[in-house]
Structure formats: C-alpha cells, structure tokens
Design a protein around this ligand. Structure first.
Ligand code: ATP
Ligand code: MG
Length: 161
C-alpha cells in the first residue's frame, strides 16, 4: 500500500525516545512527508531495527538523526548516529545473520545479530537499496533508497493477480 514513511518514522522515533533518553541520546526527525509503496509492518520493523542500533551503539550524550526525504524523485530514509561506528573490515559483514562486531562488548548490549539481516531482506523485498557509511569512533549512517520502478512492477503484479 502507499504509506507515508515520514509519519511512520515519526511514530518510531516517539516509541524509542524513552530508550534513547535512558542512554542520554537525543533523537531528531528531519525531512517531510513522503509516500512509498511498501508493506507497513515491514517498514515498521526496518525502522525499528535501524533506530534501535543507532541508539544502542551510541555514546552517552550522542544523537540519532532520522531523515525521510526526496531526492531526484526518489524517496530515501537515512539514519545517522554519532556512536561507536563500525570498523571498515566489518562493514560488509554486519548484514549477515548472527554477525556482531565485538562479541564481548555486544554481550553487554544484548542482541542476537539478526537486526540488519532482517533489514537487508526487507529492503530486497521492496526493490530498494541500502548503503552504509561508517567510521569507527565517529558514527554511522545507513541509507535506504526506494525506486519508483518497483512501485510500477508491484502495481502491475497486483493488477494481474
Ligand atoms: P539484534 O538487532 O538482533 O538485536 P544486533 O544489534 O547485534 O542484534 P544487528 O542489528 O544485525 O544485530 O547488527 C549487527 C552488528 O553490527 C551489531 O552487533 C553491531 O556490532 C554492529 N552495528 C549495527 N548497527 C550499528 C551502528 N549504528 N553503530 C555501530 N555498530 C553497529
Ligand atoms: Mg540490532
């Protein structure tokens, strides 16, 4: 269905604000209402997993910025944090199931290492693309870009079904 990703992101930010506050992390939402053709529940799950990571792997006093906006006619979602970052040599692997960067540290922060694998799967299901930019000690940005081509495809499929 057509859903407003910005509104969904706002709900997710609201839901996680208390978690963030406990860790002294501030959350901010930027952008504007943007419609994407997507499964609402899966988008909620995607947003939740990315925001949860951005809070969990942050530092006290850090911040998380969630942006939903349009660029060149494409909707994108960005989740940027000022946290611990992901060392270059781990960046390709964090999307694998059960992969966690620092197992000893990760034990303290809970988690099973499935969040990003689920996110990757949801992104693929929607014909979207995902990219990660991160610097150890500085922070991480994950971007999900939605394409219109897929929307057309899905609509055609629905019509033919
Ligand atoms: P789960 O999400 O299943 O509760 P998890 O958070 O460990 O557990 P993923 O969300 O898949 O699993 O993330 C995999 C690993 O990638 C994490 O353990 C962490 O080491 C690293 N990671 C993910 N997001 C970030 C981030 N925003 N900043 C720093 N490291 C991150
Ligand atoms: Mg996670």
């Amino acid at each position: 269905a057509d859903i407003d990703l910005y509104k969904l992101a706002a709900e997710c930010v609201d839901m996680l604000k208390m978690n963030a506050r406990k860790q002294n992390v501030t959350m901010k939402l930027c952008g504007k209402p943007c419609t994407v053709y997507a499964d609402r529940q899966l988008m909620e799950e995607l947003l939740y997993n990315l925001c949860d990571n951005a809070i969990r792997y942050n530092n006290r006093g850090g911040s998380v910025t969630v942006t939903v906006d349009e660029k060149d006619g494409h909707v994108f979602l960005s989740i940027r944090d000022t946290g611990i970052g992901i060392p270059t040599e781990h960046q390709d692997r964090v999307f694998e199931r059960f992969y966690r960067v620092d197992k000893s540290r990760s034990k303290a922060t809970g988690g099973t290492g499935l969040g990003l694998a689920i996110v990757k799967h949801i992104v693929a299901q929607h014909g979207a693309s995902i990219s990660l930019e991160s610097q150890a000690g500085k922070g991480t940005e994950i971007r999900v870009e939605f394409s219109d081509a897929l929307k057309q495809q899905m609509e055609e499929r629905a019509e033919n079904a």
